[in-house]
Every structure is written in structure tokens, then in C-alpha cells.
Design a protein around this ligand. Sequence first.
Ligand code: FES
Length: 152
Amino acid sequence: MGKIPKSEHNDRRELIHLLHDIQEKHGYIPPEAIFVIARKLRITESEIYGVLTFYKGFSLTPRGKHLVTICMGTACHVRGAPRILDEFSRRLNIEPGKTTEDKQFTLETVNCVGACALGPIAITDGKYQGQLKTTDVAKLVDGIRDGDAEGS
Ligand code: FES
């Protein structure tokens, strides 16, 4: 009996696994890595770019040390997410989608993280911060900076 060919599903799983490893190591997916993976898995670079654009968790540009993601889904939006986003933007002095010059913070938006009842929500370094008010933003940013200061 012949060998069962690897399914497309497994290929995609392996690809996503590799991309996760690279992103964890570098903070983003460098173009050289896409070239190497394409050769390793015998797929085209455009297939990889397709996966990278489908899964919002991957970044093609270097991110800051700390990732701040604001949910802009409908439920969070009506509960004041735009004001929370503006406040983060003002405090960090960057537009959404950008990274601070000192490479400490990246500010991103997402559409619904599935915790609508807790909106508006920010996710700071993977931690969900629910029912945010604009007055909480300074405390969150300072807390992250203080955490770095303590760790150094
Ligand atoms: S809209 Fe923000 S968690 Fe659903």
C-alpha cells in the first residue's frame, strides 16, 4: 500500500506553526523567512502571504516590545472604543497600526475578540482589560512602563 500523501490541512498547520515560531522569535515575519519557508514547504511565497493577510495575528513589519490591541467591533464601538483608541493614540503619540519610535509600543485594532459583554476592551501584551474608561488608559500605559523599569 502506498504512502498517504500529507493533506493540505497538515501543510497549512505546519506553515502556521512555522510562522508562529518566527513571529515569536523576531516579533514579525521578515521577508527572508517567507522565502525560506516557501522553499522548505514547496509552496509559493504568495500562498504564504495569503495566510499572513488572513490571520491578523501575524505582522510583516517589526512590532514594538509591547502590543496594545483595541477592539473596534460593533459592541465595543458603541461602548466607547473610539475614545479608548484615541486616548491610547494620544498617550503613546502614535496612530493605530504604528509603533513608537523607541520600539516600546505598537498600537493595533481588531474587530471583535469574542468578549463583547466586557467592552470596550484593550488587550495589552495578551491580557484582556475590559470595561475600560479613558481614565484607565494612562494607568495601563504607566503600568507597562513601570513593569519594564522594575525588570531592568
Ligand atoms: S466587539 Fe469587542 S469583543 Fe466583541
